[in-house]
Design a protein around this ligand. Sequence first.
Ligand SMILES: [Zn+2]
Length: 186
Amino acid sequence: MATRTRDNQRSRVYKAERRTFDWGQTVPDELLQATVDDVLDRHSVRSRFGSRRINVERGRGGGAAWGKSRITLGVQARNEWVICHEIAHCLNPVSCTSHGPEFVGVYLFLVKTIIGAEAAARLRAALRETGAKWNNKAVPKPSTGTRVPPRQYESLAVAKARWNHAVVSLRDRLDAALRETTRESE
Ligand SMILES: [Zn+2]
């Protein structure tokens, strides 16, 4: 993506990521949108960034953010780390460098919120090693009171349950078909 300033710590961020997590698919295709919705729907995310919608599509290669409301993920990028990375691009203000300190601040905030404090600590340590900088200038203070927009989407738990149910019933149907075939051939 085009940026206003030179994206001069991009390779440091990528290097730190390679030291922190492995690429590969851990989120099934059917749960990609529910996972993105769940990230945006977390109270701590909504209270800082407001009610947002980001569409996720299957893509090729790595992950990419297109503007502020669309991301694409190649097969190897369909995991929570890359999802946090691409959402951070969408939440990072356009005036900030693509992989600049503000972006990394948002990314670390999302990793901590979604994957956990230990994961965020590992990423921070790797960023320190590779010399990437970060700050919290693009992470707003949470809005106080009750003005946090309400949950809008099917929860990830519900989507997962639906997905598991579909897998189990498919397995049952396959087992039944196999038993049928075996009986016929006996
Ligand atoms: Zn990026």
